[in-house]
Each structure stands twice: as C-alpha cells, then as structure tokens.
Design a protein around this ligand. Structure first.
Ligand SMILES: [Zn+2]
Length: 271
C-alpha cells in the first residue's frame, strides 16, 4: 500500500476562532405561534421576517397576534404560554389531600428543571431569530418571578376593586342623591334579573385576569362559569353546605366532568 504523502502545511497565522453567537439584546418583544404539528409553540421576535408566512400555516392563522412584551429569557416565555396547565399541574402536585389548608408555593416559582421534566420546555421552540435568548440568565429567574408576582398582585387588586365596586353599586341607596352609584344602580339593576346575575356577568368578563383566585373567592366575587374555575365553584358550594372540599370536588367530577368543554361563557344579556 502506498502511503500518500501529505504536503507539510505551515500555517502562517492561526485560523480565526468561530464566531460566538451574538447575545440577544433583551428585553425583546415576541410573537407566539401554535403549530398544528410537532412542536406545540414556536416563538419569533416581532420583527422576524419568517413570522408572517409561519403564522399563515399555524393554528393562529387569521387570529390576532399573540404578543409577549419585554421578554428576558426562555423560562419566562414557557411559563407564559403554558400558564394554565402549569398552574393546574403544579397545584395538583403540591396539594396535600390530608391538609386542604396547606400552603402551596406559587406556581410562578416552578423551576426550569420541573418544567423540563414535565415536557413544557420541549414543547416550546424558539425560532432562530431568537438565538442567544438565555434560558434563564443570571438572576433572570428571580426577575421573571418578580414580574409574575407583580402581575398577579396587580390583577388581584383589579378584581378586588371590581368586587368592591359591585357591592357598593348593589348596595346603593337610590333615595340618596349623594350616593355616587344611585343613578347608575337604578339603570343597571333594571337591565338584569337580579344582583346575582350582575355579579355573574362581571365575573365572566374578568375570568381571565391572572389574579390570585383564592383572593378572588375570599372577596366574595361570583365564580366564573368556566371549567378552569370549576374547583373554586365546588369549594364555595362545599363551604356553604358545610361539606369538605374533597367531597365537593369528587361530586363535581362525577356529575359534570364530561360536559365541561372549557370555553363556554354563560349566556348574558346583550342589550
Ligand atoms: Zn423568527
């Protein structure tokens, strides 16, 4: 066998090191697409040139853009797009059936490792336009959590204020000209079948607020008629019957589980 002689190469200078990907300047604004096959969510920067074409192939075709503002890392995006599912799974895992009063850590604190183990990380694909977006930059987990908690607090205050306003409205003294709600109360109550219908109407409007739902319930607000609120409705019913929350939840699952389809709003007056 003839051994081929390689010419001797004497590099004059070292080849340049491959370029590191530019770190992405954060915060960025991003769009979320739900893809019909494969990866569930695909995330683009709002100025990505591929976005429009991919949207046309996505389940969001023809719908409004799903925009996330001020994104600093992937963790924050994953938490946002899977919010309801993370909350449900996290709270189920951390609840103690023996102790319904047990304090459950906020689901906004669910760490990367937990999200990864439960499939959330792999179901979100970041398009190349977001190359360089850190998974969870130094201190970013804390930042994201701080932002999440801030949003929850803000939403909860909005819900509580709405609850208080409603009670002031429904308790208005129609005969008192100084009562700020007297005129509105008369007009509004004449358009509904009763106070509970008014409370329910407002609850339906506000059901998607990312608020602390325990505080919503504690404020005496009506429970939205939505499947993701069903547990709270059962708990309230139990509290008023003197039943334990578990009994109520069991009954609820037996009685109504097949009928729940999630996005049905109760019929509301349209005038
Ligand atoms: Zn893109």
């Amino acid at each position: 066998m003839v051994k081929q002689e390689k010419p001797t190469v004497a590099p004059r200078s070292r080849p340049p090191a491959p370029a590191k990907p530019e770190p992405l300047k954060t915060p960025v604004d991003a769009y979320v697409l739900l893809m019909p096959k494969g990866t569930d969510f695909r995330i683009h920067k709002t100025d990505c040139k591929s976005y429009k074409a991919q949207k046309a192939q996505s389940s969001y075709k023809g719908l409004q853009d799903y925009k996330l503002e001020g994104i600093v890392n992937q963790l924050e995006v994953i938490r946002d797009v899977w919010d309801d599912q993370i909350r449900e799974q996290w709270e189920e895992e951390h609840a103690d059936p023996e102790d319904p009063e047990k304090e459950i850590p906020d689901y906004g604190t669910a760490p990367w490792s937990w999200l990864n183990a439960n499939g959330y990380v792999h179901s979100v694909e970041f398009h190349t336009c977001l190359n360089g977006l850190p998974q969870q930059a130094k201190g970013a987990a804390k930042t994201a959590n701080t932002r999440k908690l801030a949003k929850t607090e803000l939403a909860t205050l909005v819900a509580e204020a709405a609850g208080q306003m409603l009670e002031d409205l429904l308790g208005a003294n129609l005969a008192d000209p100084d009562d700020p709600y007297a005129r509105a109360a008369e007009m509004i109550t004449s358009g509904f079948k009763g106070d509970d219908e008014i409370r329910q109407c407002v609850a339906q409007w506000l059901h998607g607020l990312p608020c602390d739902r325990d505080r919503w319930v504690a404020a005496g607000m009506a429970i939205p008629d939505r499947s993701d609120w069903a547990g709270f409705a059962a708990r309230r019913a139990a509290a008023s019957d003197g039943q334990s929350p578990e009994e109520a939840t069991d009954e609820l699952e037996e009685d109504t589980a097949p009928a729940m389809d999630g996005d049905e709003d109760v019929e509301l007056p349209t005038e």
